[in-house]
Write a protein that binds this ligand. Structure first.
Ligand code: XMP
Length: 332
């Protein structure tokens, strides 16, 4: 058995040995727990020779890029480049409605944008006297991801294409460095706390790589993304305010591409529908919807009323009660 202190010490010296005196490492961050913890560990090990990149694909949640910048740069002093690629992603997603196609489009563009940024950093790195080439790619792969990629080999068995920089290392001729590959999620959270990462970040719900694009059913356009972003923020803010966020494994709002009639003020309106999802799970392979116990009986009513009042174009709110299986956690 090992302790987290031992893990940190061992991992830092392993990273230093691997990377050497001058080697540099690049890694994508997302604002999620795994990439943040991996980045922090890397920064502890090699400081300024680690470069974090956040690709803003236009599919992030409210203020996400700002929050990541604040935490990584201002708080931790990690070198971070935020690449605003939203117009590129939204352009590529124009007219794309098939879920798998959406995922593939986002995954492909992510690799391209990240690679372009890596080349820029490589050029800059070549001019710094005390550092060598960027030879390593950091990934926040966890133990369950390792298991999953072993047991679900081959495209025929892939449940859906996961956009998690698969294919990136090969395309970039980079060697992979995966400091979290022996850890489970709860261990990553303990590690994150140990490394001084703020609570609200350590306990963040997972967020999928394809982002809000798979929570706008059908075509993900800018106006539709704006709606789902607003509704999601209300839902999450209310979960936090009512002390329900930590009791929920994952929660989010999705925007349905159908219309329903509602009354706004004294007018009948043909608006859209927001679907709320909140689930409880330990491994994300199976899940049940949150029941919200008796003292929070009116919680969903309050969220519904805020969303219909505050988000323009929404006349109706529904709660997704499907278990996984047969449902998945995400809608697409
Ligand atoms: P599903 O929808 O398959 O989701 O029940 C299970 C968990 O995985 C997350 N998810 C993803 N995460 N890239 C990710 O990094 C993806 O493409 C992706 N698709 C789903 C989902 O949010 C849930 O936590």
């Amino acid at each position: 058995h090992w302790t987290m202190e031992e893990f940190v010490g061992k991992e830092i010296s392993r990273i230093r040995t691997l990377v050497g005196e001058k080697g540099q490492v690049i890694g994508a961050v997302s604002g999620g727990v795994d990439s943040t913890v991996a980045a922090k560990l890397m920064h502890e090990a090699i400081g300024g020779r680690f470069h974090a990149v956040l690709v803003d694909n236009g599919l992030l949640r409210q203020d996400e890029a700002k929050i990541v910048h604040k935490t990584l740069t201002n708080h931790f002093g990690i070198q971070l480049t935020v690449v605003d690629a939203s117009q590129r992603f939204l352009g590529e997603l124009k007219g794309v409605t098939d879920p798998e196609q959406k995922r593939k489009t986002i995954g492909r563009n992510f690799i391209d944008v990240f690679q372009e940024e890596a080349h820029k950093l490589e050029k800059a790195a070549a001019n710094s006297p005390n550092a060598g080439d960027i030879e390593w790619l950091l990934q926040g792969t966890l133990y369950p991801d390792v298991i999953e990629s072993i047991s679900f080999k081959g495209p025929s068995q892939t449940i859906k294409s996961h956009h998690n920089v698969g294919g990136l290392p090969a395309a970039m001729h980079l060697k992979l460095i995966e400091p979290l590959r022996e850890l489970f999620k709860d261990e990553v959270r303990i590690l994150g706390t140990k490394l001084g990462i703020p609570e609200h970040l350590v306990w963040r719900h997972p967020f999928p790589g394809p982002g809000l694009a798979i929570r706008v059913l059908g075509e993900a356009t800018e106006p539709q993304l704006r709606i789902v972003r607003q509704a999601d923020k209300i839902f999450i803010d209310e979960l936090v305010a009512n002390d329900l966020y930590r009791k929920t494994s994952q929660a989010f709002a999705a925007l349905l591409p159908v219309r329903a009639v509602g009354v706004i003020g004294d007018k009948r309106e043909h608006g859209q529908i927001i679907s709320l999802r909140a689930v409880e799970t330990t491994d994300f392979m199976t899940a049940v919807r949150s029941h919200f116990d008796i003292e929070n009986r009116t919680f969903l009513d309050r969220v519904s009323s805020r969303i219909t009042n505050e988000v323009e174009g929404i006349t109706r709110v529904v709660y997704d009660i499907t278990s996984k299986p047969p449902g998945t956690i995400e809608m697409e």
